[in-house]
Design a protein around this ligand. Structure first.
Ligand code: NAP
Length: 307
């Protein structure tokens, strides 16, 4: 089904970056369409709680924040199309976005598709995904009430989700490949005060074992291999840009695939903008994603004056 309308701005991704762009775009009088794969709010909706966004003195739940974004876009009557992007054509004055269930044209395109979790890449990971292997504590923590689990990683996500999982699990082994966390010091302090958390430094997971569900892990600690009996494993080993539809498109990206954009969120293709975690940037947070979106929509609005 091809939409006949040519939008001023097609926004791919309905997380904080895309939602802020839609808000600024709509308020600037642009016709905008948000194209979203699953639900508005993006990655933050899979975080139980965050308390580093101004204006929420007691913090806010990720799902609640997503619902607020949805309400805000609905109040502004911003249309949202739900579908998976299969292909994009970004060159020229009229850009095209092809979804599994629709085709759309826009004078500008904003890519705000965020990131995806990195896989650990060990035997058993894919086979036992959803059967004890998880990348989302908010989604799956309740299945591990009173159980023994592992969290892998040493960044903010691993630390933050360990704190959340401590409300459910009886025992958490936090496995990190080095002897120092990468995550911020206040999260480290929080984790270190949790009695059920045992940090296994200089440790890696070499195999996830189980037939129908996870029963144990093979781990290598200080060069020695051993079995660790656990019911589940939460993997937080970083993320990668989520833009498979850019495969084969000449859009400048860095060596890890993050889109290069300037201060106005302009990419190497005229009329194409990038905002939020999918672009190369210093700080990947909700607040910086929202700021990127606001800037991108304002820059797109300026670009359209001379269109
Ligand atoms: P990250 O900061 O890149 O940390 C990934 C962690 O996984 C690192 O400790 C890394 O180890 C480890 N790792 C990577 N590959 C591994 C492998 N193959 N095997 C074992 N360990 C591996 O990623 P993140 O924690 O997902 O955070 C991503 C961004 O989001 C960061 O900028 C972070 O600040 C932000 N974030 C912020 C908050 C918050 O402010 N509340 C919450 C979550 C995320 P090394 O340390 O040895 O490299």
């Amino acid at each position: 089904m091809a939409d006949q309308k040519v939008y001023d701005m097609l926004i791919i991704g309905g997380g904080p970056a895309g939602a802020a762009a839609a808000l600024y775009g709509a308020r600037a009088g642009l016709s905008v369409l948000v194209i979203e794969r699953m639900m508005l709010g993006g990655e933050i909706t899979s975080t139980a709680w965050f308390d580093n966004y101004p204006g929420f003195p007691d913090g806010v739940g990720g799902p609640e924040f997503g619902a607020l974004l949805e309400k805000q876009l609905a109040n502004l009557e911003v249309p949202v199309h739900y579908g998976d992007i299969e292909k994009v054509e970004l060159q020229g004055e009229q850009k095209k976005v092809f979804c599994s269930n629709g085709e759309f044209e826009g004078k500008t395109v904003l890519i705000a598709t965020g990131t995806l979790p990195n896989l650990l890449g060990v035997d058993g990971e894919l086979e036992l995904r959803g059967r004890g292997v998880s990348y989302c504590a908010t989604c799956d923590a309740a299945f591990f009430r009173g159980k023994k689990i592992v969290v892998v990683g040493g960044g903010d996500a691993a630390l933050e989700e360990t704190v959340f999982l401590s409300r459910f699990a009886e025992k958490i082994f936090l496995i990190h490949r080095r002897d120092k966390f990468r995550g911020c010091s206040w999260l480290q302090d929080k984790v270190q005060k949790l009695p059920m958390v045992e940090v296994l430094w200089n440790t890696t997971v070499s195999r996830i074992v189980g037939d129908n569900k996870v029963v144990s892990l093979q781990i290598v600690q200080d060069g020695k291999e051993r079995t660790l009996a656990v019911d589940g494993i939460f993997i937080y080993t970083g993320r990668q840009p989520n833009a498979p539809f850019l495969e084969g498109i000449e859009l400048e990206r860095n060596e890890r695939g993050y889109i290069l954009a300037n201060e106005k969120m302009e990419t190497s293709i005229k009329g194409v903008f990038a905002a939020g975690d999918v672009r190369q940037k210093f700080l990947r947070q909700v607040i910086t994603a929202a700021a990127d979106g606001a800037i991108a929509a304002t820059a797109a609005s300026q670009y359209l004056y001379t269109y």
